[in-house]
Design a protein around this ligand. Structure first.
Ligand code: CUA
Length: 670
């Protein structure tokens, strides 16, 4: 009783400090004199790095240039985006389909760039959705979401999307233990230990197309997964996961999941697991999940509901899973570039444990276990431990590596980043951050080959760093030069959404592959209009398809009559431009439950519209495309359901009736 009270007290101290934000003393910390020149990217010049930053509760990903911190793009992934019509156009709605129906929002936490042989290859970036568990793949030639795969038997998809060194698998651990989808979930919550399970999903990735497939799920005892990283080099076959709530509590986790001194890092031999699956171990379970794919030829997404998953139980396989005790609610689980050192960061720990892959292997061979946890061996802490970083700061969360033998860890509670040497575990430098850093990112910092020029730190609390904007302030990133012994703060920049994990990569890997426009001759959209002469309006019962084109600076057609009440109208906009950076937009007055469309050159996108009442509805181009952009406009006439207004459409021929010409125009005054 006494010891658990003590534990509670020390916990309260930690949490109290966190609540106060632990503002560092020297908040006026002078940034180095030459900082401005180090982040200055002259107008017209390109940044050296792309920085892909998760959007957290905005469900999107933002792309910044580094070192300037300039925001280049927001890529919608799991949330609708009225700015370009993602999730509003008929073509993109299926991307947000799930087994629960259309879900227009999610919480996007982590990003992982695809790798080949442990190095970033610049092809795709994977993103997780926490709330309705999903994994997305964004294509880095188009910067569009290419695919979204829902994950069954999961809830709070936090420990994802981490990948193996050749992108063989994207791996996703569940945050919440839950009853399995094919079981009756109507059970008392406090039967968690009996009726709930945790799952890790292994998603295979086609190495040519990138197409994902839910290969199998590993079932584990009901413990919460937090984060993970794959092994590298010698530890290539392994995956490491941080866990918490080994207490298997189901209420007041703040206290009840912080009872034990240590939770676990779970080491999984995925290579052996894959072999077991291939040899026929595992069973097929029913499960319902959506698989959504965007086709770059038809410019359209399709959503397929899958109904089976292959499951395999960790307890049945004696040489796949091993728990390693890790102090105090581990959060980050990071593997150094050599693949030998696994860093666990206990949120409530006052030290950072570093585990040795070699020692873990020896301990497994010698069965150096302290027992089993629900049938899974638990390796003795000291036998897996390489050493501990002493007094690194308070609240270690995440670690990345500079490629020169050093690690940098964020300290949430003491609001600082701390650089330490992986070999001797000595702290080298510490710098305050403003305030309460969560994740950090070094270009390639979680791969075999980091580029140790910068670290970018993503802060949870901004407080007084910018002009106040009411109660809600932007989150912020800070850029540090890490080339010398001492880290130097160079730049603050506000971010959109709430950044969690981020990735950065040399721009040279991506920029030259970037698509400039879509070729019209490759446009296989079933409602594409490949030339103005093909523009038309087709009625089929209540359904009206408008095949309409956009080119600087008019619509074809721009006068449409004969639409009737009760019609279901599909505006299929084809942008005929074949030039970089000439999108056209489309918006029509009072169209409900939708947004504008932003149609890229060579692309076709569709807006669905049901007229509200008879009348004249103006429409126009929303993207400033030319000097006569403002003239890019048109009218559609809606008549009562029983009217006999004939269907007609035209551009440039439906001239005003001469009977009503104003005198001024007749006299041709100028
Ligand atoms: Cu087209 Cu503005």
């Amino acid at each position: 009783m006494k010891s658990s009270l003590l534990r509670l007290c020390s916990l309260a101290v930690f949490l109290g400090a966190a609540a106060l934000g632990c503002k560092p003393k020297n908040t006026s910390d002078a940034i180095s004199g030459d900082a401005a020149s180090k982040v200055y990217v002259a107008p017209g010049k390109y940044d050296e790095f792309y920085n892909f930053v998760s959007g957290g509760f905005n469900g999107q990903m933002s792309v910044y240039g580094l070192p300037s911190g300039r925001l280049l793009k927001i890529v919608p992934i799991f949330s609708v985006f009225p700015e370009n019509g993602y999730g509003y156009s008929e073509e993109t709605k299926p991307m947000l389909n799930t087994s629960h129906g259309f879900v227009p929002w999610d919480d996007q936490h982590h990003l992982e760039l695809s790798q080949t042989e442990g190095k970033i290859d610049g092809r795709w970036i994977f993103a997780n959705a926490n709330n309705t568990p999903r994994i997305a793949r964004v294509d880095l030639t188009t910067f569009k979401t290419a695919e979204i795969l829902e994950l069954p038997n999961s809830a709070g998809n936090h420990s994802s999307p981490f990948i193996t060194e050749n992108t063989e698998y994207v791996v996703a651990g569940t945050r919440f233990a839950v009853p399995m989808d094919d079981q009756n979930g109507d059970v008392p919550i406090n039967t968690l230990r009996k009726n709930f399970k945790s799952s890790i999903s292994f998603i295979s990735v086609n190495k040519d197309s990138g197409t994902m497939s839910l290969a199998f799920q590993l079932r584990l005892p009901p413990i919460d997964f937090d984060l993970s990283h794959s092994g590298k080099g010698p530890s290539h076959d392994w995956f490491f996961f941080s866990t918490y709530n080994t207490e298997q509590a189901n209420t007041l986790l703040e206290v009840n999941a912080s009872q034990r001194d240590k939770d676990f890092i779970l080491a999984v031999n995925w290579k052996k697991l894959e072999a077991y699956v291939k040899s026929g171990k595992g069973r097929t379970e029913s499960a319902k999940y959506a698989h959504n794919i965007y086709n770059e030829q038809t410019h359209s997404a399709t959503s397929t509901i899958e109904n089976k998953v292959l499951a395999i139980d960790a307890q049945d396989l004696k040489d796949i899973c091993y728990y390693i005790p890790c102090p105090k609610s581990p959060h980050g689980c990071d593997v150094d570039p050599t693949g030998e050192y696994i860093v666990g960061s206990g949120k409530l720990a006052a030290l950072i444990p570093v585990f040795s892959f070699t020692k873990i292997q020896k301990a497994i061979a010698a069965k150096d276990f302290i027992g089993t946890y629900e049938g899974i061996p638990v390796i003795k802490y000291e036998s897996a431990l390489y050493g501990e970083v002493q007094k690194p700061g308070l609240g270690p969360l995440h670690t990345e590596f500079d490629g020169r033998g050093n690690a940098i860890t964020t300290m949430f509670v003491s609001s600082e980043i701390v650089k330490w040497n992986i070999k001797d575990l000595k702290v080298i430098d510490r710098k305050p951050t403003y305030y309460s850093p969560g994740h950090l990112s070094i270009p390639g910092g979680d791969t075999r080959s980091p580029n140790g020029k910068y670290v970018i730190v993503y802060n949870k609390i901004t407080k007084d760093r910018y002009l106040p904007t009411g109660p809600e302030l932007a989150q912020a990133a800070q850029l540090f030069d890490i080339t010398g012994d001492k880290m130097k703060l160079l730049l603050d920049f506000p971010t959109v959404g709430e950044p969690h994990y981020a990735q950065a990569v040399e721009a040279s890997l991506i920029k030259d592959k970037s698509v400039k426009f879509f070729k019209l001759e490759d446009n296989k959209h079933p409602y594409a209009t490949l030339g103005e002469k093909n523009a038309k309006v087709v009625r089929n019962g209540k359904r009206v398809d408008i095949y309409i084109t956009e080119i600087r600076s008019h619509f074809t057609p721009d006068n449409i009559e004969g639409i009737k009440m009760g019609d279901q109208v599909y505006w299929h906009m084809t942008n005929l431009e074949q030039d970089w950076d000439v999108p056209h937009g489309f918006a029509i007055k009072s169209a409900a439950n939708t947004a504008e469309l932003l149609v890229m050159p060579g692309e076709t996108q569709t807006l669905y519209w049901t007229p509200e009442k008879p009348g004249i509805y103006p429409f126009y181009c929303t993207d400033f495309c030319s000097a006569l952009h403002q003239e890019m406009q048109g009218y559609v006439r809606v008549s009562p359901e029983n009217s006999n207004t004939p269907l007609s459409f035209s551009t440039g021929t439906n001239l005003p009736d001469s009977a009503n010409t104003p005198q001024y125009l007749k006299e041709n005054l100028n």
